[in-house]
Ligand binder design. Structure first.
Ligand SMILES: [Cu+2]
Length: 690
């Protein structure tokens, strides 16, 4: 639906430019046509201008339809930025061009041709101005404006106005020529000037493109060193101004924070318990590993403890967990991030923000208390777009202290490499309660089906669903980085979990361990967490008074540079990191964030260190169970409102978990007042978090 709506808008914009351009060019030449051709050319002008006017009306109606379908945030930029430059000239065409063109048509029908009338700027310039406005509209498709849109609107208006003035001057000059010379001489001279001007314009265009390319390429380069606490651009979300500094705790702290006499603390000091004997101790050793894929080819992968996915870390709620990360030979360095587990900031494992990447031969120790129960996963947050893809991830499960012992509890981390050899077949006695902890470690949303038994989605992103109802033939869309816990009692026949990207099931459970997987359902219904389960008390909700409200709008920038590389960028409020705003907060505030996806790809938004309560989806309140998430898939055309409490001080990543998007700048931070970091990213450091 969204693709159709935005695609059609693009098509209308393109067609408008084509017809307005044909009309504008025809209008400029009309007065210089041979008498016998004038009538036909005037008709062609009338038709192309008529189509262009019709397309302007279509664009207005289509913007209204987009507004109606997806909400004002999806159409407001059209209203402010791209429609005025065509609507105003279109009105001028109706007021000035149409009467004069009708006169030309009338006269030429009688065999007369009044050249000065046909050359009148009032006939010609409005049509050409419309073409300029249409060109501005097409530019805005590829370089979408950022909120609040007024600046871009003003620039577009000034540019089109300036262009119109120049066209007017040019046309007045032509009229003068037409008065002074014989038409044939005038036409000849005009043709020559026209060719020269066209060549000049084309050359200027190429030069401008070159200048833009060079400038965009060089300005997109990240600085050699960038402190992640420096916050070049900030957003207070309408709340009180928050003191923030320029990093380097321990070297005088932050000036702004000091000036406001706010106590500063370094992320490095926001650790888990440093003393006490751990209840569970693990060692994760990262090393290179050759992987044989399903098609027989081999590729260099990287593993934890020689496995892809890495070993499951299974702990009980309340355990003090100690994990020693050892990097044997992964040259880029590694870290471990505990995805979904809201650990203290220093234990969060983000290279360049909460620690330095652990280089070959080095170790790093993480210590935290597993306070939440549920399904989580761990992965490297150093060059994560490449390292997670190559295998540096694994499941992390926190079970309740009083977990029933008879449950068959299986962590399923579905990764295209890990399952290359076929389905995971397991024997489960009929009647056994089963919990499948399904994790999607890929960058893209994955669609799962479970066949052979009715089931319930017992938990989303590690948090229990309240009174989940029974499902059959449901299509479960799981965000990249997200988790669903599927529970059922094992029937006396096989059960299969399928992922849409694979032919063979990911997991087959059967009473004898060798059963045939049941057929995939022919028809499925989409599972919607927004209306699943029963509503229940939440610590805050849509009616709460929020201390700050942030709006994050995602746009496609198909022609953009990031760190010197030309690519398909996805911006947050028009910006790529490090120009994305840092969301600044104080401890113990209630925050509302609105995600608006106007781009053509899904963005699984992952906030570190906090769980977000989903308040509404596409303007409709969540009606089912309270829906807590740490990785929310925001599909094209979707708007979500989420809320969270600032109860975990630090500087936290808030980014798209399509790690390719994140690596191309779709990342930002949530920073608490007074928190600084001694760590840096940039080419002069070892740290590349994405
Ligand atoms: Cu994304």
């Amino acid at each position: 639906m969204f693709y159709v709506m935005y695609g059609m808008d693009f098509l209308l914009t393109l067609l408008l430019l084509i017809f307005a351009w044909i009309a504008g060019s025809g209008a400029g030449k009309l007065a210089f046509r041979k008498r016998e051709k004038a009538r036909r050319k005037a008709w062609m002008l009338a038709i192309s201008a008529g189509i262009a006017l019709f397309l302007v009306v279509c664009r207005i109606l289509w913007a209204a339809a987009i507004w109606q379908s997806f909400g004002p945030r999806f159409a407001i930029d059209r209203l402010i930025d791209s429609l005025p430059p065509v609507v105003v000239p279109a009105i001028a065409v109706l007021a000035f061009t149409v009467p004069r063109l009708r006169a030309v048509l009338r006269q030429t029908a009688e065999g007369r041709f009044d050249r000065p009338n046909a050359a009148a700027p009032a006939l010609v310039v409005p049509v050409q101005s419309l073409a300029l406005g249409a060109a501005a509209g097409l530019y805005l498709v590829f370089f979408p404006p950022a909120p609040p849109y007024w600046g871009t609107g003003l620039v577009m208006a000034v540019l089109v106005l300036a262009g119109t003035v120049l066209l007017h001057l040019k046309q007045t000059g032509r009229v003068r020529k037409l008065g002074g010379e014989a038409v044939e001489t005038a036409v000849g001279a005009m043709r020559r000037r026209h060719s020269l001007a066209s060549a000049g314009l084309a050359l200027a265009g190429i030069v401008a493109l070159g200048v833009w390319w060079t400038a965009a390429e060089s300005t997109s380069r990240l600085p050699e060193r960038l402190n992640m606490g420096s916050h070049g651009s900030v957003d207070y979300g309408g709340g009180p101004v928050v003191a923030h500094g320029s990093g380097h705790a321990g070297h005088g702290g932050s000036t702004a924070a000091a000036a406001a006499s706010v106590r500063t603390v370094s992320v490095a000091d926001l650790t888990g318990p440093q003393s006490g004997t751990p209840d569970r101790r693990f060692t994760l050793t990262a090393r290179k590993q050759t992987i044989r894929k399903a098609d027989g080819r081999t590729e260099e992968g990287w593993s934890f403890n020689g496995q892809i996915p890495g070993p499951e870390l299974r702990v009980a709620q309340g355990d003090l967990v100690e994990v020693v990360l050892v990097n044997e030979d992964v040259d880029q360095g590694v870290t471990v991030h505990w995805h979904g587990l809201d650990v203290p900031n220093a234990e969060d494992g983000v290279a360049g923000l909460t620690q330095d990447a652990v280089l070959p031969g080095q170790t790093h120790t993480y210590r935290f208390v597993a306070e939440q129960t549920g399904s989580f996963w761990y992965h490297s947050h150093q060059q994560s777009s490449e390292q997670v893809h190559r295998g540096l991830f694994g499941p992390l499960t926190v079970v309740p202290k009083d977990a029933p012992p008879d449950v068959r509890d299986i962590a399923v981390v579905s990764h295209d490499w890990a399952v290359a050899d076929g389905s995971d077949r397991q024997e489960v006695k009929p009647g056994t309660p089963v919990r499948l902890r399904v994790t999607n470690p890929s960058s893209y949303p994955e669609r799962f089906t479970l066949t052979g038994t009715p089931f319930r989605v017992a938990a989303i992103d590690g948090t229990d669903v309240n009174e989940p109802s029974e499902l059959t033939d449901s299509l479960l869309l799981l965000a990249g980085g997200g988790r669903y816990d599927l529970v059922f009692a094992m029937p006396d026949r096989p059960v299969a979990l399928r992922a849409s990207y694979r032919d063979r099931p990911v997991v087959v459970l059967s009473p004898d361990g060798s059963g045939q997987a049941p057929e995939a359902p022919a028809v499925t219904t989409d599972f919607d967490p927004a209306s699943y389960g029963k509503s229940a008390e939440t610590p805050f909700g849509a009616d709460s008074k929020f201390d700050r409200a942030f709006t994050l709008v995602f746009d496609s920038h198909p022609f953009s540079f990031y760190d010197g590389t030309f690519n398909d960028g996805f911006t947050i409020n028009g910006k790529l990191f490090p120009h994305t705003p840092t969301l600044l907060v104080r401890e113990n505030e209630l925050i509302k964030t609105t995600f608006v996806n106007r781009s053509y790809m899904d963005h699984p938004m992952h906030l570190h260190g906090h769980h977000m309560l989903v308040l509404s989806k596409n303007g409709k309140p969540v009606t089912g169970s309270p829906w807590w998430t740490d990785t929310l898939n925001v599909a094209p055309g979707e708007t979500y409102e989420v809320a969270f409490r600032t109860d975990n001080p630090g500087i936290w990543m808030d980014h798209c978990h399509n790690l390719i998007h994140a690596a191309a700048g779709m990342t930002m931070h949530l920073a608490y007042e007074g928190v600084t970091t001694p760590f840096e990213v940039g080419s002069a450091t070892v740290n590349r978090p994405e």
